[in-house]
Design a binder for this molecule. Structure first.
Ligand code: DQA
Length: 164
């Protein structure tokens, strides 16, 4: 099982950027914590950061057939990108949207997420802990999907035995 974590523009500057909003933690430290937790749960995790919308779309498309779940902080593209929204809708993999800050407490232009309607859910406002909660959420969704798939397989196997 594999989770891909996608980080949007300016998140490479965490720890330096607007510390009053985003705090002092660097992106690589957030990733180290996420990796530890994912591995404890037997799940592989890969990280990707880009400041470019098209690269984020490409990475989402590559997740098809590669990942079982995606965590994305689209950063400023949250509020503007139909292309990222369409890519998420296209890939048919569960996606959890995450934000460090509470986007609903901030400027009005941040109150709209174009991404949220095509995601399994959104976590916003808990600082770096938002990413931990997003990881808990995606692992739960993935294990429910796996259990459903296995139950279906068992049911089909039983039906084909009965038809013999
Ligand atoms: C953000 C919120 C966005 O509005 C902003 O553009 C970001 C970071 C967050 O994690 O709080 O770059 O996604």
């Amino acid at each position: 099982m594999k989770v891909v974590v996608i980080q949007g523009p300016n998140l490479n500057m965490l720890g330096h950027r607007e510390q009053n909003i985003y705090g002092p933690m660097k992106l690589e430290d957030i990733h180290t914590q996420m990796k530890g937790f994912a591995e404890q749960n037997g799940v592989e995790v890969e990280f990707f950061q880009s400041n470019l919308e098209g690269e984020i779309v490409d990475r989402l498309q590559e997740c098809m057939g590669e990942a079982n779940g995606v965590i994305i902080n689209p950063a400023a593209y949250t509020h503007t990108s139909i292309a990222i929204r369409d890519a998420i809708a296209a890939i048919q993999i569960p996606v959890v949207e995450v934000h460090l800050s509470n986007i609903y407490q901030r400027e009005e232009f941040r109150h709209t997420s174009l991404i949220a309607p095509v995601c399994a859910g959104q976590i916003s406002g808990f600082g770096p802990f938002s990413y931990h909660m997003a990881m808990v959420a995606i692992l739960q969704i993935m294990s429910e999907m796996k259990a459903r798939y296995e139950a279906e397989q068992a049911h089909q196997a039983q039906q084909s035995l009965q038809s013999k």
